[in-house]
Design a binder for this molecule. Structure first.
Ligand code: IPE
Ligand code: IPE
Ligand code: MG
Length: 209
């Protein structure tokens, strides 16, 4: 990116909650609560800067391997936070969308996702994609299945499959690829995030938790 051009789409792997809390001699869950507060600030800043799409990685398809208590705490804290913020998101003209599989996600959280999506679906200010129970490989598998189904039904021929068609079968359909990926906490990995979409994105890793 040259000069002070504002990226259209920024994706963030929000990592380091646990280590941040540990450094403060606090439980990991405290780190998650603090992390959720940072989300508000990031969303507000992105909107102010005129970023059109912001995608935040909140929970990966692999994060179910964590202690059950931590998973449960994260889910209920997120549901509570989202329920209390839908109005503000809507007022700010933000369109909220979730990307990821619904399977396994508690009903209350799914409901808060649905309510927020429904209430903000006509907003055009900024699109906030929350990657939840998201895994890029799973997303690609789902896309492959969707396309195979269409081939099987004779709606398209094998040779008609294009990159564009694959892109449109992903959860991020309609969202341009990220210009910039940020990962906090010093880890320099993609961790199964937006594998297809990050092909040409700039990557920025910061040691900050
Ligand atoms: C990111 O912080 C939040 C989630 C993955 C839900 P971590 O919980 O991964 O924090 P670290 O990496 O253990 O410090
Ligand atoms: C990736 O972070 C997922 C989120 C930030 C939501 P992790 O902390 O789960 O990733 P790994 O296990 O270190 O690769
Ligand atoms: Mg981590």
């Amino acid at each position: 990116m040259e000069g002070n051009k504002i990226p259209q789409h920024v994706a963030i792997i929000m990592d380091g909650n646990g280590r941040w809390a540990k450094r403060k001699k606090m439980p990991r869950t405290y780190g998650h609560l603090e992390g959720i507060k940072r989300v508000d600030e990031i969303v507000a800043a992105a909107r102010r800067m005129g970023i059109k799409f912001l995608t935040l990685f909140a929970f990966s398809a692999e994060n179910w391997d964590r202690p059950q208590k931590e998973v449960h705490m994260l889910m209920s804290a997120l549901a509570r936070s989202l329920e209390s913020k839908v109005k503000d998101l809507d007022k700010a003209g933000i369109k909220f969308q979730v990307i990821g599989r619904a399977e396994g996600v508690p009903e209350r959280l799914l409901k808060s996702f649905r309510v927020a999506e429904e209430k903000t679906k006509n907003n055009a200010g900024m699109t906030l994609n929350l990657a939840f129970n998201y895994g890029a490989r799973q997303e690609i598998v789902d896309a492959v299945k969707q396309i195979c189904e269409r081939v099987k039904k004779g709606k398209i021929a094998l040779h008609e499959i294009t990159e564009e068609m694959v892109g449109n079968a992903l959860y991020t359909k309609g969202v341009p690829d990220p210009d910039l990926l940020i990962r906090t906490s010093g880890e320099q990995r993609i961790s199964n995030f937006l594998l297809w979409q990050l092909s040409y994105s700039e990557l920025y890793f910061t040691p900050k938790y």
